[in-house]
Design a protein around this ligand. Structure first.
Ligand SMILES: [Zn+2]
Length: 330
């Protein structure tokens, strides 16, 4: 095992997912970093507010840094774009080009709709009948997941901040709107499930968002259905089989890399109780609801985060018969 933080193998190529590195979005992103329009700063941990107890693991030449918080164990991009920069990163289309290889709308919609089968399976296994369900999707994209659930009889409603995605999705279903679901004066407690799939890991302030969501839910029966990338299953990730799993797993659009332990602590602190965790490899589904009592959760996921990364190193090195470990000598 290599134990050198300056080792070149800990450098992340933040453009690794871009299929074309000369698009106007990629070039404009580079320009903004160079001319100071985009600023990278260090931020405290959203779960425990730690600002100086870090175990840094990965760096990018542009200044981004990925570290594990020593106090709660959340692996995160602790050196990152400011909130307004991050908003611009999404609204300008730079995120789509840099982090998702600019997948065409139709391809993404079909993938999205296909991924619904996993979520539908989770709820069906728990005995839910879709014809009886009212479902709200926050960050619904073009609504592919909602369409699949609607086809099973569910009553659905979705919101997304991206007008292009909503416009595209309207070709398939009408129950989607541009906007912030929480800003609308609606009774969100009427829904059986509130979907937050591939949302939490992108939010600048996940705690602030979850606290706000919790306040808007007025009962204990509405469940929040969360799906996020799963650091514990990262050893299964193989976007590019020739590279180390961790280097492939991270990108600058994903700010938080949860384990079941760190996600539960975040949810408990925001006023939720976890009802169900489905650890399904590189992603994890969690169902939670508003908690009647305050849950004090001081669990530290540090060892779990470290060992998940170490195991991915081990598995990769065994498979490739070579050593390209990420330094984890924290
Ligand atoms: Zn922390």
């Amino acid at each position: 095992m290599k134990h050198d933080h300056n080792n070149s193998c800990t450098n992340v190529d933040i453009y690794k997912y871009s299929s074309d590195k000369s698009t106007k979005e990629v070039l404009s992103f580079k320009e903004k970093l160079q001319n100071g329009t985009y600023i990278i700063k260090s931020f405290p941990c959203p779960i425990c507010n730690n600002a100086n107890q870090w175990c840094p693991l990965l760096f990018a030449a542009e200044g981004f840094r990925w570290s594990i918080c020593r106090q709660c164990g959340l692996f995160q991009v602790d050196h990152r774009l400011t909130q307004s920069n991050l908003n611009e990163f999404y609204e300008s289309g730079e995120y789509t080009e840099i982090c998702t290889a600019g997948l065409a709308g139709e391809t993404r919609f079909m993938r999205n709709k296909k991924s619904a089968s996993t979520f539908i399976g989770v709820l069906m296994n728990l005995g839910y009948d879709f014809s009886q369900l009212k479902i709200l999707d926050i960050g619904c994209g073009a609504g592919g997941i909602l369409l699949a659930m609607k086809e099973l009889g569910a009553t659905v409603q979705g919101y997304d901040l991206d007008p292009q995605k909503i416009q595209y999705g309207r070709n398939f279903l009408q129950e989607i709107e541009v906007g912030d679901a929480l800003a609308f004066d609606k009774d969100i407690s009427q829904y059986n499930f509130i979907l937050l799939t591939n949302v939490l890991e992108h939010l600048f302030s996940p705690m602030e968002f979850l606290v706000k969501l919790n306040k808007r839910i007025l009962n204990y029966s509405t469940q929040v259905f969360i799906d996020v990338p799963n650091l514990e299953g990262m050893h299964d990730y193989s976007h590019n089989a020739a590279n180390n799993h961790l280097l492939e797993f991270v990108h600058i659009g994903h700010l938080w890399y949860f384990t079941s332990v760190s996600l539960e602590r975040l949810l408990n602190q925001a006023g939720f109780q976890v009802n169900y965790i489905h650890n399904r490899g590189v992603a994890m589904t969690v169902l939670c609801s508003k908690s009647k009592n305050v849950i004090n959760n001081n669990s530290n996921s540090f060892i779990l985060s470290l060992s998940s990364i170490d195991y991915a190193n081990y598995k990769f090195n065994t498979k490739q018969n070579k050593d390209s470990s990420i330094a984890v000598n924290c």
